[in-house]
Design a protein around this ligand. Structure first.
Ligand code: AHG
Ligand code: MN
Ligand code: MN
Length: 323
């Protein structure tokens, strides 16, 4: 079995120095992820369920495990001298790693725990990460196409890690006995078209007419194009996108008439997941432009997200380009 560390060294795209740096960063992410998986597996026994009395920068109630996951990832980088900045959904301001003052070359962006409404009911959760290199002026707000790496951990029936550094998409599964991640799929390719759509239809009254027409299209009966598609929605972006990555189809979290920017965050949800899906041959879009080309203005900015099989996303874009 191929270990994660061995696999990173084999990555053709990474130059020797950055392979070592990348390995350092990904191993710290893995360390945080293993601790989160451990805490989730016994959350009901260790008073980790339920909410804190805090709200995050998006005005969302912070769950205890959100705060715990954030703490674990920040701790994982506290003594790291190559990561200068940690940005997290659960922290209003970027965390500057004191140990890396002057030597830090990277910024790491986290959604420390994704799908938080699932925590108390034991449904899948994820962690999403994106790694950027600081530019010469110390700027770390860069477009998705400039990511050094992006990926996610999925805490489901098994705990898996999926990442890309621009040389294909690779999946690792945590061996709970060895406590190590081993390669379970390499160069993952997304089907050109699927038969599953994933969206919270409870929001449909808030959508534009064209957005409702997209969902009606996937629900219409048309044998020639394999419709109607099945509907699957877990409330965890990572779990729904991972299903789309392996089986094909489309996940949509669109903008709303009153909130055109949508709910999902560019830097630590849409951009890293789009990097993974596009490296697998799919597409990550707002509905009118590629996620990868968006130049961020703020660390927590939101974007609409339509992601998945290229042909399915292009159908959705066709409906929305009429807006
Ligand atoms: P987070 O838990 O990090 O806030 O992310 C939740 C996201 C995403 O995981 C999920 O697909 C979506 O929000 C669910 O939103 P709704 O409950 O509005 O469907
Ligand atoms: Mn999330
Ligand atoms: Mn989250």
């Amino acid at each position: 079995m191929v270990s994660l560390t061995h696999h990173i060294v084999e990555q053709r795209r990474l130059q020797p120095d950055s392979a070592e740096e990348f390995s350092t960063i990904i191993n710290r992410i893995v360390s945080g992820g293993k601790s989160i998986a451990r805490d989730l597996s016994s959350a009901g026994l260790s008073d980790r369920l339920g909410t804190t009395d805090a709200k995050n920068v998006h005005g969302e109630q912070v769950q205890r495990m959100d705060a715990r996951a954030n703490q674990l990832f920040v701790e994982a980088f506290q003594d790291c001298d190559i990561v200068q900045i940690v940005v997290s959904e659960e922290m209003d301001e970027p965390f500057v790693v004191a140990h890396a003052e002057g030597s830090g070359k990277y910024a790491v962006f986290f959604d420390p725990l994704d799908g938080s409404s699932n925590i108390d009911v034991n449904v899948s959760l994820g962690s999403i990460f994106s790694i950027h290199r600081l530019d010469s002026t110390g700027n770390f707000l860069k477009a998705g196409c400039e990511q050094v790496a992006g990926g996610y951990l999925l805490y489901g029936a098994s705990t898996i890690l999926v990442y890309t550094c621009g040389d294909g998409v690779h999946q690792f599964t945590l061996d709970p006995v060895a406590g190590e991640f081993f390669l379970s799929a390499s160069n993952v390719q997304i089907p050109a078209r699927g038969n599953i759509y994933s969206v919270n239809e409870g929001n449909s009254s808030k959508w534009s007419k064209n957005m409702r027409n997209i969902v009606d299209y996937f629900r219409d009966d048309d044998k020639e194009t394999g419709r109607p598609y099945s509907s699957r929605y877990t409330g965890c972006l990572v779990a729904d996108v991972h299903r789309v990555l392996l089986k094909g189809g489309i996940y949509l979290y669109p903008g709303e008439v009153q909130k055109p920017e949508g709910k999902l965050r560019l830097m630590y949800e849409a951009a890293p997941l789009s990097f993974v899906v596009e490296q697998a041959g799919g597409l990550g879009s707002t509905g009118v432009e590629r996620i990868a080309g968006i130049h961020p203005k703020t660390p927590h900015q939101c974007v609409p997200l339509i992601i998945g099989s290229r042909e399915d996303v292009e159908v959705a874009e066709h409906f929305l380009c009429r807006e």
